[in-house]
Design a protein around this ligand. Structure first.
Ligand SMILES: [Zn+2]
Length: 466
């Protein structure tokens, strides 16, 4: 069984609760400017069902029988696994260096890949971290998964019992990682350039090489991320639930929050989906951080997916409930200044609850309030204090059904205790899990769009060129 790698977690409390009560009804001694009551957002209409059209799409996709590819059958023979120019024999582990670039002079950017090629046929599962170079939860989780407690004889991942192939790539964007940057050396976002082009810019070439030699011949991809710099995500899965294989992977990860979305244009997830390859994205914590809880949940999740795919033996653990979200609500600052957040990612917040204050060194003694527009679960919160009017500071799943179920799993600070965060989660039947649907839309087309990104995507660059 998995050995708990981390001790009791110390949650960061941003503000002492005695100094800053969550409810504004209490007198907290802070000086505040009187302000008319108003809500930036209208309450979103929420029902307990995913929108009918989307539900039909998902149900139809799930009806399609999943066939076992011919290459998994014993009749075809289980051969060595090829990655780039290297071969890995059945029943063995091999660590290889894979070059992101094919060059005759200059840097070829080698990245480490561990290939566990099972002795029995099965799917090819690719586990990756640091597609964004400064997102370190993935690299840490994927490194710990290769520790002696987990990988080896009689351990959860035992090459002699593995069916299929597991490819572990802790750091994809090595050039960004070395520079502690999200981006590639040319300032582009690698996760917006898939499937890439071999004769285009540097990032596009790297994306193309990775796509053709690693991702396109995967059956399942698990892509581990954190929030971008300046914000923090509560652990969550993002998947296109209308892709049957992605849908199953997302559910088998064993996590409470699943966002149903297609992913931004040029992202690995969206591209894989377009090619019919299962791909889910895990998000937990923030960039430049090593959040132990997010790492631990990622590790359990990866093992859960491998178990449910029968790549490794055992049963997946499951959460008590699942929030399947097709939309969200944004909390924005109506003021410019410096932010003081009172509710960490993962907090349950009530309608009109004070979630942050804004003050401004140029206007000492004045403090403005930011309140939640609705009841719900904060899936992401700003951690960088600088805000201007309209800056999103929190991302909320509006929840109107299943509130009791969710609240039962809150700790004494009102933060959701996720499955896997308090030790190895129990096994339970899939039908014992309460599915709670959260209706809505993703503003800007994908969950993170409203945070804003400055680097243009490949599609946008092409449009500019045209
Ligand atoms: Zn990322």
């Amino acid at each position: 069984m998995l050995i708990l790698l981390f001790g009791r977690l110390h949650r960061v409390v941003l503000v002492d609760s005695e100094e800053a009560p969550k409810s504004s009804k209490k007198d907290d001694g802070n000086v505040r400017v009187p302000r008319a009551k108003r809500r930036r957002h209208q309450p979103i209409k929420v029902s307990n069902q995913i929108p009918t059209s989307r539900r039909k799409e998902i149900e139809k996709a799930l009806e399609e029988p999943s066939s076992t590819p011919k290459t998994w059958s014993r009749a075809s023979g289980w051969k060595s696994h090829r990655i780039g120019r290297k071969l890995v024999k059945p029943g063995t582990i091999r660590q290889i260096e894979y070059d992101l670039m094919d060059v005759e002079i200059g840097e070829s950017w080698p990245i480490p890949i561990t290939v566990i090629h099972g002795s029995r046929p099965g799917p090819v599962v690719t586990l990756i971290g640091a597609l964004h170079g400064n997102e370190l939860v993935g690299p840490l989780a994927l490194t710990y998964l290769q520790s002696h407690a987990i990988l080896g004889e009689d351990k959860p991942i035992d090459p002699s019992t593995v069916a299929g192939t597991i490819r572990i790539i802790p750091i994809v964007n090595m050039p960004g990682y070395r520079r502690r940057s999200r981006y590639m050396t040319d300032g582009r976002d690698l996760n917006r350039f898939f499937p890439g082009k071999e004769d285009s810019n540097t990032t596009s070439r790297v994306a193309n090489r990775l796509w053709k030699e690693i991702f396109q011949n995967s059956d399942h991809i698990l892509d581990l991320h954190t929030a971008a710099l300046g914000r923090s995500n509560m652990p969550q899965i993002r998947a296109n639930l209308a892709n049957p294989a992605s849908n199953r992977s997302a559910r088998s990860f064993g996590i409470e929050v699943i966002l149903d979305s297609e992913g931004p244009k040029g992202s690995l997830r969206r591209t894989a989906d377009d090619y019919g390859i299962s791909c889910i994205t895990y998000e937990g914590g923030g960039a430049d951080e090593a959040d132990p809880e997010s790492i631990q949940i990622a590790m359990y999740g990866v093992l859960n997916v491998l178990r449910s795919l029968k790549v490794i033996p055992g049963y997946s653990s499951r959460p008590r409930f699942r929030l399947l979200a097709s939309g969200s609500v944004w909390i924005r600052s109506d003021h410019g200044g410096l932010l003081d957040v009172l509710t960490p990612a993962g907090s349950w917040v009530e309608e009109n609850e004070l979630v942050a204050t804004v003050s401004d060194p140029e206007h000492p003694g004045v403090s403005m309030e930011i309140r939640s527009p609705t009841d719900g679960l904060l899936i992401c919160i700003a951690t960088h204090p600088f805000v201007t009017t309209g800056t999103p500071i929190g991302h909320l799943l509006p929840i109107s059904k299943g509130i009791k179920t969710v609240k039962r799993r809150l700790d004494d600070e009102g933060v959701l205790v996720l499955s896997g965060a308090d030790g190895e989660p129990p096994w339970r039947e899939d039908d014992e899990i309460e599915d709670i649907s959260v209706e809505g839309e993703w503003e800007g087309g994908s969950p993170d769009a409203e945070w804003g990104e400055n680097i243009p995507s490949a599609a946008e660059e092409e449009a500019d060129e045209a």
